[in-house]
Design a protein around this ligand. Structure first.
Ligand code: PHE
Ligand code: FE
Length: 276
């Protein structure tokens, strides 16, 4: 994420972060001087715990790209990551104060700019935080932006978001984001693996999503996924599985306008609705 678009600025829970620092496009410079030693230590401990969990659970492409984030023992500087990311796929990361609204979010993605929240959770939130912080955004999302096919998918999602906004279809499209970019699973030669950032940045959900017998795992189907509601404050009850990033990219190439039209006539499905 930065942005789980649907949770931005609900009345019960306004977004955390200082939006006075942000420009019209919602980006802000990473306020590096503001990080305390405790902040760096939180990042170091999160990184150590999470990277130890990856073998056998995270997708190969993710594991291969993780070292490109650089520093493991301190919060990395965005500009340092960008010196590697830009030449690799033409993406760059930009700072944001937290969750941002849908249209600016889509606009950044369409321009190959990935918004990264610049603050880090408190030590009390070490195990769980609802809202994305710098650890979720960097560790969860940025490694796969080094993968050319996945990087193209994220840009195309942003372009699709701007279109969905005109068509009043953001809610349907955001479910695709949720069940792929945030909570996607992929079938690899070695077995089932996670590629979604919400899974990869969570110490509890990573083994659960890949190995627990409890959740349902269905092959990703566009319409099924876009009809399925999701929960933002518990492990997922359903995961959708792809065979490759290329498949995901090809599956989403079509014009969604007729798909949205068709889906408007169909009921939504609960997060735990069974079967395809
Ligand atoms: N193909 C979609 C459309 O025409 C856009 C899209 C691409 C959506 C990739 C999601 C992912 O609206
Ligand atoms: Fe995210």
């Amino acid at each position: 994420m930065a942005v789980e678009p649907v949770v931005y600025g609900t009345s019960e829970r306004p977004p955390r972060g200082d939006y006075a620092r942000a420009g019209a496009d919602y980006t802000c410079p990473q306020d590096y001087a503001r990080y305390t030693e405790q902040d760096h230590d939180t990042y170091r401990r999160l990184y150590a715990r999470q990277s130890a969990l990856l073998p056998g659970l995270a997708s190969e492409a993710f594991i291969a790209a993780l070292p490109s984030l650089g520093a493991e023992d301190r919060i990395p500087r965005f500009e340092d990551i960008n010196t590697r990311l830009k030449p690799a796929t033409g993406w760059e990361i930009v700072g944001v104060p937290g969750l941002i609204p849908e249209v600016p979010f889509f606009t950044l993605l369409a321009n190959r700019k990935f918004p990264v929240t610049d603050w880090i959770r408190t030590p009390e939130e070490f195990d769980y935080i609802v809202e994305p912080d710098i650890f979720h955004d960097l560790f969860g999302h940025v490694p796969l932006l080094f993968n050319p096919v996945f990087a193209d998918y994220v840009q195309r999602y942003g372009q699709g978001g701007l279109k969905a906004d005109h068509l009043g279809a953001c809610e349907m499209l955001s479910r695709l984001y949720w069940y792929t970019i945030e909570f996607g699973l992929i079938r690899e030669a070695g077995g089932l693996r996670a590629y979604g950032a919400g899974i990869l940045s969570s110490s509890g959900e990573l083994p659960y999503a890949v190995q627990s017998p409890d959740p349902q795992r269905l092959p990703l189907q566009l319409e099924r996924t876009m009809r399925t509601r999701y929960k933002i404050d518990s492990f997922q009850e359903t995961y959708f599985v792809i065979d490759s990033f290329q498949d995901l990219f090809d599956m989403t190439a079509a014009d969604f306008a007729p798909v949205y039209e068709r889906l408007r006539g169909l009921p939504e499905l609960a997060a735990n609705a069974s079967g395809n």
